[in-house]
Design a protein around this ligand. Structure first.
Ligand SMILES: Cc1cc2nc3c(=O)[nH]c(=O)nc-3n(C[C@H](O)[C@H](O)[C@H](O)COP(=O)(O)OP(=O)(O)OC[C@H]3O[C@@H](n4cnc5c(N)ncnc54)[C@H](O)[C@@H]3O)c2cc1C
Length: 288
């Protein structure tokens, strides 16, 4: 006889982890990816673990480190007072996701675990050197977000493992970031290309002390442009090697043709938005 699918909605994280050890379950957070992707074959999802009642997985903590718990919605991230004030580029990225409906249901953790190369939160979080905390039973592992993604829809997350939170150190006061996304429309549009730039100026304001650059939708996973970063590290603000930076950036990304845009278009536009994001981050840094 066919086994009936079960629905679990625990309110404690420990219970959820136990259930995952005991049963084969599909985890659901906001459902905005999972239910849309499986719309025609919902029974194939089998038994469900609905996380929405687990309060311990909701919210944002700000201290020596910033912890964004997995069930934090895009709307909550966008509206969080500290994030808005100190990391407006991360708030802006959350505000770029879908529509108000999607932002009210879709979660930060779902955005990461879904592992789309176009996920809006990945570039800013990778530029913040974020780490993800994963838990399976009693075992916790911590992985750099950059290393979490393996390919479109693929990650290092194991069966029965939950993403608990994303954690990063708040950048220094002299740092400022910018996130730019290019889509086919202003809303309900997946990125054709996107870039996050986080710049920290030296104390004299003349040189780039540190820079992190991450692009989305121009490869199988979000791409950290480390060679471009290396060129710009220590560069003088008055004499930025922008042409050379764009040449290196172009070689670091690996876009492809799809229904939203050609590889060539992505390559050209990525360079433009990178320059724009760098200039805007530098300007924001100045006014802080
Ligand atoms: C109309 C529409 C527009 C959209 N526009 C955008 C957009 O502009 N930009 C963008 O980035 N995304 C967009 N999305 C995609 C989606 O809304 C986001 O990726 C959202 O953040 C997913 O979160 P969720 O909570 O709904 O995930 P769910 O659908 O619940 O889950 C997604 C996947 O992650 C797994 N999962 C979720 N949480 C955990 C966890 N804590 N531990 C382990 N596994 C977990 C689930 O099992 C599932 O495989 C859009 C979706 C729709 C339907």
């Amino acid at each position: 006889m066919e086994k009936k699918a079960q629905y679990f909605a625990p309110s404690a994280l420990e219970e959820a982890l136990k259930l995952l050890q005991k049963h084969q379950l599909t985890v659901i957070a906001g459902g905005t990816d999972l239910l849309v992707q499986n719309y025609e074959k919902l029974p194939a999802l089998g038994s469900i673990l609905d996380m929405s009642r687990i309060d311990a997985l909701k919210g944002i903590e700000v201290g020596k480190e910033v912890s964004i718990y997995t069930l934090t919605t895009h709307a909550q991230l966008e509206a969080h007072p500290w994030i808005k004030e100190k990391l407006p580029f991360l708030a802006a990225a959350a505000g770029e996701v879908g529509s108000p409906q999607v932002r009210n249901r879709g979660t930060a953790g779902g955005n990461i675990v879904n592992a789309s190369p176009a996920a809006d939160l990945a570039p800013p979080l990778i530029s913040l050197d974020a780490r993800v905390f994963l838990q399976k039973g009693n075992e916790e592992r911590i992985i750099n977000l950059e290393d979490f993604f393996l390919g479109p829809g693929q990650s290092v997350l194991e069966k029965g493992e939950l993403l608990v939170k994303v954690v990063f150190k708040p950048p220094p006061a002299r740092a400022a970031g910018c996130y730019i996304k290019i889509g086919q429309r202003k809303a309900q549009a997946i990125a054709i290309t996107s870039v996050a730039v986080l710049v920290e100026m030296a104390a004299d304001g003349k040189e780039i002390a540190d820079i992190r650059i991450c692009l989305g939708s121009v490869g199988p996973v979000p791409i950290r442009a480390r060679k471009t970063e290396a060129l710009l590290q220590g560069a003088s603000r008055a004499n930025l090697p922008l042409k050379e930076a764009c040449r290196i950036l172009e070689a670091e990304i690996a876009p492809m043709d799809d229904i939203r845009g050609t590889a060539w278009y992505r390559q050209q536009v990525s360079k433009t938005i990178f320059r724009r994001a760098l200039m805007q981050a530098l300007a924001h840094g100045e006014v802080r």
